[in-house]
Design a protein around this ligand. Structure first.
Ligand SMILES: NC(=O)C1=CN([C@@H]2O[C@H](COP(=O)(O)OP(=O)(O)OC[C@H]3O[C@@H](n4cnc5c(N)ncnc54)[C@H](O)[C@@H]3O)[C@@H](O)[C@H]2O)C=CC1
Ligand SMILES: CC(=O)C(=O)O
Ligand SMILES: [Mg+2]
Length: 558
């Protein structure tokens, strides 16, 4: 050890540990008890005063990325203060710590890096998994939630290697800000299996494994070892999977979903929030769920995850399984997916159309059937965008939607903003105010013909925090389809869509209240589905009591 490292090791730990640090809010008595005498300026500030100062400092940052970096540094210094600022300004700051700015933070991770947050697991050292988690010195009862990503499909921006740790950090920040998940009881994880992005591999500052993504048996063994280790060490933790590539996302959930408490946000969370928007749209359009016709543009993890949940909702509303499946049309890079499309993925196959159906359709130059042709032929009630293709919902497509049905539901859900299939103001204008719209990122209301259209944010963040809290409060052994449906229904029940231009989903201003209602509905569903191992008499009260608040507790805290 050098003289410097010895000195650092003797720094007062209460100022270094972000879960306990209060900075200048430590009282003189606490400073004395914690060995901080002379280590802080004399004044003692309140949390509100600290939050005022931090917010002023934040406002002086010149870009959203700079604000994100500032907030991450605050997060690493003082978690209570970080969450106080975030929650006091949630509408303004959610897009900074989460979607869309988190995309930039991920791209810039190795360059903006200050200090590590979370657990970094390398596929090159699978035997380190247990030792890595042991460094946290947490016991089996101490962890509620672990978010991991292998960063193959971050939002709509693809493979970002170790930078994907920031999606795990960002998703957890939303869990705490929205649903009061205790930040001391969560762990963000990077599963670094390499990256196929040449620019990262060539960047001398890149902080991840400098090799191509490992696939096949070694990848599967790494995931299995991760699951076995974390569930043995933290048996009550919900294991959230985020932004895996389409085949791995689905395969992991299908292979391990019965044995481990897994939640795949991009399939299950996104499916449920889109279902919530669709349930609200049914109230406006009057077209019952069983009669909905859905065109999905971008048939990957999110697109087919949503298709599955909407198909199941059609079945619950009285459609037969075959009929409901036939009311879904998938479009991917080759165009409409038919049974003749080569390289269909297994999860796309149930929806592949019979080529005999489309013999009268006009094929494009590549021999496939375009989005526009499909919309004209099918006259769908709902058009979903999960393709990452900016501008794919052209004026002609939107006009065809509005010509085919009275109140089309149009969901350009791709993130971040640069990937959105259409901007809501165009969709409202091109459809002459008929379209019901929700998008993945926060956007301003749209004025059209003297009506103000409030555009719902159909981002899984409006739902997954409540799913997580409800799972934790009920100590559910798994996340069932019934719990996801209950979450979607609870979110939809919170909005009144009777006024012209009303939002299809609750606003972010009410996210905390909304997440509490969702969590209670999820806990009730867990009991109904016999997966709850704790059944509080009053789930609403249990949920509210479980919600962590950003306040300094009594007495010294180190
Ligand atoms: N609003 C929300 O809550 C969520 C939004 N998303 C967004 O959905 C998008 C897709 O994410 P994932 O499903 O995870 O990715 P993915 O890679 O699994 O799916 C994207 C699909 O779009 C297809 N695609 C690409 N170019 C196309 C083109 N020109 N024409 C037709 N299809 C094309 C791809 O082949 C792929 O099947 C991302 O932008 C992501 O941010 C994902 C999860 C949640
Ligand atoms: C919101 C989200 O999970 C995504 O875009 O991937
Ligand atoms: Mg995601």
């Amino acid at each position: 050890m050098t003289e410097h490292t010895v000195r650092a090791a003797h720094a007062p730990s209460a100022l270094v540990d972000p879960l306990h640090n209060r900075g200048v809010a430590f009282t003189q008595t606490e400073r004395g008890a914690l060995g901080l005498t002379g280590r802080l300026p004399s004044a003692v500030l309140t949390l509100d005063q600290q939050a005022q100062r931090a917010y002023q400092q934040l406002r002086s940052q010149e870009s959203d990325l700079a604000k994100n970096v500032y907030l991450e540094q605050l997060h690493d210094r003082n978690e209570v203060l970080y969450y106080k600022v975030l929650m006091d300004h949630l509408v303004e700051l959610l897009p900074v710590v989460y979607d869309p700015t988190v995309g930039q933070a991920i791209e810039r991770y190795s360059h903006e890096y200050r200090r590590p947050r979370g657990i970094f697991l390398s596929i090159d050292r699978p035997d380190d998994i247990e030792r890595a988690f042991s460094t946290l010195r947490l016991g089996p009862e101490d962890v509620d939630l672990i978010v991991c990503s292998d960063a193959e499909q971050i939002l709509g921006i693809g493979d970002w290697g170790v930078g994907g740790i920031q999606i795990s950090v960002g998703k957890l920040a939303v869990y705490t800000a929205a649903a009061g998940i205790d930040p001391a009881r969560v762990i963000p994880v990077s599963l670094d299996v390499g990256t196929d992005r040449e620019a990262l591999l060539k960047d001398p500052l890149y902080l991840g494994n400098r090799h191509a993504r490992v696939r096949g048996a070694a990848y599967d063994a790494f995931i299995e070892k991760y699951l076995r280790t974390v569930s043995a060490m933290f048996p009550h933790a919900l294991l959230h999977f985020e932004d895996f590539g389409p085949s791995n996302a689905r395969r992991i959930l299908q292979t391990y979903g019965d044995d481990y408490r897994i939640f795949n946000d991009d399939m299950q969370g996104t499916g449920a929030i889109a279902l919530a928007a669709a349930l609200s749209a049914v109230k406006v359009s009057g077209v019952p769920m069983r009669e909905q016709k859905l065109v999905v543009f971008g048939a990957g993890t999110a697109g087919v995850g949503i298709a599955d949940q909407l198909r199941d909702a059609m079945i619950r509303d009285g459609a037969g399984h075959e009929q409901a499946t036939s009311q879904v049309w998938l479009i991917d890079k080759p165009g409409l997916l038919t049974r003749h499309t080569s390289d269909l993925r297994d999860f796309q196959q149930p929806y592949a159309r019979d080529p005999a159906e489309v013999t009268d359709w006009t094929a494009g130059d590549n021999g496939g059937y375009s989005l526009l042709e499909t919309v004209k032929q099918v006259k769908p009630t709902t058009l979903l965008g999960t393709s990452t293709v900016q501008g794919a919902f052209t004026r002609e497509v939107v006009e065809a939607m509005a010509a085919g049905t009275e109140r089309p539901l149009i969901l350009p859900l791709s993130n971040p903003t640069s990937r959105m299939e259409a901007s809501p103001d165009d969709v409202i204008a091109w459809s002459k105010g008929k379209a019901l719209v929700a998008v993945g990122v926060p956007v301003e209301p749209v004025e059209h013909n003297k009506v103000t259209y409030r555009i719902a944010q159909a981002n899984n963040a409006l739902l997954y925090p409540g799913v997580g809290l409800g799972t934790i409060v009920s100590a559910a052994s798994k996340v069932t389809d019934g719990m996801l449906l209950a979450a979607a229904q609870a979110v939809a029940d919170q909005v009144d869509v009777s006024a012209p231009g009303a939002s299809l989903l609750p606003p972010v201003e009410k996210l905390r209240e909304s997440s509490a209602l969702t969590a209670a509905a999820v806990a009730r569903a867990a009991a109904r589905d016999s997966v709850a191992t704790r059944t509080p008499d009053d789930p609403d009260q249990a949920v509210r009591q479980a919600m962590w608040q950003p306040v300094y507790g009594e007495g010294t805290t180190a």
